[in-house]
Ligand binder design. Structure first.
Ligand code: ADP
Length: 498
């Protein structure tokens, strides 16, 4: 039992709010930390679209309001929680209409643009998290900050170390979930958030090419920095291609940037007990996986055939995910006996491309441009192959979900994909999928070719499926590594003092 008190601050948390993997992690990691004996408080916004009734989110009995002072403004917020949550992991929702009562998390769905006050909204989240600790007389040991939205939080904690009694020992851990999103704002931001002026100068922790860069602030000021896979940790320090300009800042930190692989929630993603799939199965009952494939084909409007492989993609549709190399590969894949399902939404260019393929191959290609959790489960259970040709991939969750459901991943060897998928031709005994290195369509098709060769031999195919299904992707292992990181940072002098 670690007994550590962790304040975990996040802009998304599944199932309440989600744009990607951060939401999954913000639910599953605190749960695993709680199970490992930590006392974890998760603080996240109460967005306008969260149905408080459905989730049982209510006022706390002890709750007074929080007055959040920023520059010359004071905003009034309150904090809500979920009835009956385990005491070791409590989510707290910051309820402040002026900041969060909106239909989008970062982007206004009406304009397609970022909300213009995103700097202010997420600095206020950090401020509310610290105010909540005072209100409850609860002092964390570690404040776990996630992504650019929490970039200024390490600075705020270093100020608290000086100003608040009992906070001297508190340390910050900053986790980078994606280097591409850095939170760039004009210098006027510092006036709006009422903090950080003295750290904004050329080359200073808050400055990057004449702009305020929240991610850089987090990297420069946190006591420990990590990202979500060992390979991505190396990649983001190695070149602009992955570090997006912050590679030098990462390398110059005195502590190393570690990589801790994400897990998946194995209660939710469990083919043996999943209520959202047509038939439950494990590594000894592939007949039932076949029933899931039949159900998926029915949903997609395909003719079901045991020997025709179904390829799948579930993804945010963004450039990161490799659609520019996948697009030209699709006709090649479909010109043989194969079927293809895509679930996702995002960039209109690629959405249009998928629509076109659905028009050209109506009996073999199906696309749903939506966010659909239930369909995601049906696809993971029913597909034969899962494609992730990502240009970069901090960790990736879908390849792990796929392996757990006996769906063989075909991935580009980058970031967490390289760390979680073992190529079945390189390691015949332990292979769990197929990997390719070069970022081009030919390399992807070569991996597809090798995957199809394995598919034609049932014993080989099932061997690869079983290897994947037997992997341990639970959060317990990662939670242990995070606890070590917390303890290490608590054992050191603070990196940054105000
Ligand atoms: P990222 O965080 O870059 O989007 P990850 O693989 O880490 O990628 O996590 C993506 C998560 O979002 C997974 O849980 C995936 O199943 C889910 N997801 C993405 N798009 C959709 C969608 N359209 N419908 C349902 N789930 C989706």
């Amino acid at each position: 039992m670690s007994g550590l008190r962790i304040l975990f601050v996040t802009s998304e948390m599944s199932p309440y709010s989600k744009t990607g993997g951060l939401a999954d992690i913000s639910a599953a990691l605190p749960k695993a930390l709680g199970a490992a004996g930590c006392d974890v408080r998760v603080v996240t916004p109460l967005y306008g679209f969260i149905d408080t009734g459905t989730f049982g989110i209510s006022e706390r009995s002890t709750n007074g309001h929080l007055d959040l002072r920023v520059a010359e403004h004071t905003l009034r917020a309150s904090v809500r929680s979920v009835n009956g949550t385990a005491r070791s992991m409590t989510p707290y929702f910051v309820d402040c209409d002026a900041l969060y009562d909106r239909p989008g998390i970062y982007v206004d769905p009406f304009t397609g643009k970022d909300y213009i006050d995103n700097d202010y909204r997420f600095v206020m989240l950090a401020r509310a998290a610290l105010a909540l600790c005072s209100q409850d007389d609860w002092i964390p040991d570690v404040v776990h900050c996630n992504d650019w939205q929490c970039g200024v939080l390490p600075l705020m904690v270093s100020q608290a170390r000086r100003a608040r009694k009992g906070w001297e020992h508190v340390r910050t851990v900053f986790t980078i979930h994606n280097m591409a999103y850095q939170g760039w704002f004009p210098p006027e931001t510092l006036g709006r958030i009422g903090n950080g002026d003295e750290h904004y100068f050329p080359g200073g922790p808050l400055e990057f090419h004449g702009l305020v860069n929240f991610l850089k602030a987090g990297v420069a000021m946190a006591d420990a920095v990590n990202t979500v896979s060992p390979t991505y940790a190396r990649e983001i320090q190695g070149s602009y291609e992955f570090g997006f300009g912050l590679e030098g800042v990462l390398r110059s930190r005195p502590g190393s940037v570690s990589g801790i692989l994400n897990g998946i929630d194995t209660d939710i993603w469990n083919p043996e007990a999943d209520p959202l799939i047509a038939a439950r199965f494990d590594a000894t009952s592939f007949e039932n996986k076949k029933a899931c494939k039949r159900a998926l084909c029915e949903k997609a409007g395909f003719h079901f055939a045991d020997d025709v492989p179904v390829f799948a993609v579930i993804s945010r549709i963004t450039g990161q995910k490799g659609f520019e190399i996948l697009g030209p590969a699709i006709p090649d894949i479909l010109n043989r006996p194969a079927q293809f399902v895509v679930l996702g939404s995002g960039d209109p260019y690629y959405e249009h491309m998928f629509y076109e393929y659905a028009r050209i191959y109506p009996d073999r290609f199906a696309v749903k441009l939506a966010y659909d959790e239930e369909l995601a489960h049906a696809i993971e259970a029913g597909a034969d192959f899962f494609l992730m040709p990502s240009r970069y991939e901090p960790c990736g969750l879908n390849q792990m979900m796929s392996m757990r459901y006996g769906t063989i991943p075909i991935v580009r060897s980058t970031g967490g994909l390289a760390d979680t998928v073992v190529d079945a031709d390189e390691d015949y005994e332990h292979g769990t999928g197929f990997r390719f290195h070069d970022y081009h369509t030919g390399a992807l098709l070569w991996a597809v070719e090798r995957a199809l060769a394995a598919y034609r031999h049932q014993t080989r195919k099932e061997h690869i499926q079983r290897n994947g299904m037997h992997q341990d992707f639970s959060w317990a292992r990662s939670a242990r590594q995070y606890i070590e990181l917390y303890q290490e940072s608590l054992g050191r002098e603070p990196l940054f003092s105000t």
